[in-house]
Design a binder for this molecule. Structure first.
Ligand code: ZN
Length: 236
């Protein structure tokens, strides 16, 4: 299997992090495809913002638009059957005794990477880009750098391939993620991600805050709001 060294597949959920990663990939690779997962997430609205975000990137940044290839959406509704969490069920979002929010879906990113590699294999894509981060995150162990590096080894062994897994946000916080967007695409990209991406676990998309849409109270909104405030303070 020959993998195109100039092609990337971005795990694109529709959130701030993956939207920034999509811009990052478009600034580096010649062909960029996107992948989303429908797993019965409560914040299913994040799937609805993916197409407008892709269109916004293509319209606002024509050089990127030429590189933006196919979008893939995989039905992983089986995740809702095998796990019992506040991300896939209508339960109150809360912290658990083990320090993880009850939105943690065990192994979710492990499954995502595996399906991403299977698609990349079929599409002949060498680079797989994901927005996971262990700097200011919810503590999900499958977002850790060691997990991703171990997955890269496992996938390359198991698929007899040479995929490269990229995590451009691994060591930066949410404020720096906004700063990365500004460096990649200026104020226009920051504004597209602010208004066009979706992070809120509750799927709330009624109120536009300074940092974007959301309930303002769930762990995803809290992280996003704090990061935005630091970004604005640092940007002056
Ligand atoms: Zn929220």
């Amino acid at each position: 299997m020959t993998l195109d060294p100039n092609a990337a597949l971005v795990l694109f959920s529709g959130g701030q992090d993956s939207a920034t990663c999509l811009a990052w990939a478009l600034s580096r690779f010649n062909r960029v495809e996107t992948l989303g997962f429908d797993y019965g997430q409560r914040h299913r609205v994040e799937l609805d913002v993916r197409a407008p975000l892709r269109a916004g990137l293509a319209a606002g940044f024509p050089a990127w638009g030429e590189k933006l290839g196919e979008d893939h959406v995989i039905d992983l509704s089986v995740l809702g059957q095998i796990s019992d969490t506040a991300l896939t069920q209508d339960a109150e979002i809360a912290m658990q005794a083990n320090g993880l929010p009850n939105t943690f879906v065990p192994g979710r990113n492990l499954l995502f990477f595996t399906f991403a590699a299977a698609i990349a294999y079929r599409r002949g894509i060498k680079h797989i880009v994901t927005g996971v981060c262990e700097t200011d995150y919810s503590g999900y162990p499958d977002c850790r750098d060691d997990t991703v590096k171990a997955m890269q080894v496992a996938l390359n062994l198991g698929m007899e391939s040479r995929f490269a897994l990229h995590t451009p946000l691994m060591w930066i916080d949410k404020a720096a993620t906004w700063e990365m967007a500004r460096e990649l695409g200026g104020a226009a990209l920051v504004e597209l991600i602010r208004t066009g991406s979706h992070s809120c676990y509750k799927g709330e998309r009624e109120t536009l805050h300074g940092w974007g849409y959301g309930c303002g109270a769930c762990p995803a909104c809290t992280l996003r709001a704090q990061g935005w405030q630091r970004f604005k303070a640092e940007a002056g």
